[in-house]
Structures are given as structure tokens and as C-alpha cells.
Design a protein around this ligand. Structure first.
Ligand code: SF4
Ligand code: SF4
Length: 92
């Protein structure tokens, strides 16, 4: 009996996002809380940079990190994962 669904060979290629629009859409407007980094405590481990799903954390020339608030949606993952807890989520 024939399946009413196409096989994987028949469906068109989909699911590939070639242009996520990161530089066009300012997703930071969706945010309720924003992460603030205490740079005095930051050990520059890049765990936050690695875990940020956007990504909204940029590495700086001095080896540190900074938040791109135009893109950050305020999910709080960076604050949860920072090993020295130097990221605080504050309203805004
Ligand atoms: S709050 Fe979420 S989106 Fe914003 S910098 Fe942290 S991990 Fe990235
Ligand atoms: S996870 Fe914390 S300590 Fe590591 S780079 Fe990010 S802010 Fe700095």
C-alpha cells in the first residue's frame, strides 16, 4: 500500500536557515530582563559566549566579553552558566 506521505527523497530541502536576520532584526526589544556583567569578577572563560543561543555575546579585543543588547532576548542562560556568577539579570 502506498503511503500518503512523501519519502525523504521526495520532500523539498527545508529547515536550513541561511540568513537568520541577526543583523536586521532587533530581538532585544522582546526582553524583560537583561544580563549585566561585572567585569571585575569575569575570568574570561567564554562559557557565556558558548552557551548564548542567539548569539548575543561578543568577544572583545581585550579578551573579555560584552553583551549585544540589540539582540539579547534576556533568556538568562549566560547568568545561569557563568561559573563565577558575575552576570546579574536585571529589569530592562
Ligand atoms: S540573556 Fe540569553 S540571549 Fe541574552 S546574552 Fe544571555 S544567554 Fe544570550
Ligand atoms: S561566563 Fe562569566 S566569567 Fe566566563 S566569560 Fe562569561 S561573564 Fe566572564
Amino acid at each position: 500500500m502506498m503511503s500518503k506521505f512523501p519519502t525523504y527523497k521526495e520532500v523539498p530541502i527545508a529547515g536550513n536557515i541561511y540568513d537568520p536576520g541577526k543583523l536586521v532584526y532587533k530581538t532585544g526589544d522582546w526582553r524583560t530582563f537583561k544580563p549585566v556583567i561585572d567585569h571585575e569578577k569575569c575570568i574570561k572563560c567564554y562559557i557565556c559566549w558558548l552557551y548564548c543561543p542567539e548569539p548575543s555575546i561578543d568577544r572583545t579585543k581585550d579578551g573579555g566579553v560584552e553583551i549585544n543588547y540589540e539582540q539579547c532576548k534576556g533568556c538568562g542562560i549566560c547568568a545561569a552558566e557563568c561559573p563565577v556568577k558575575c552576570i546579574e539579570m536585571v529589569k530592562g
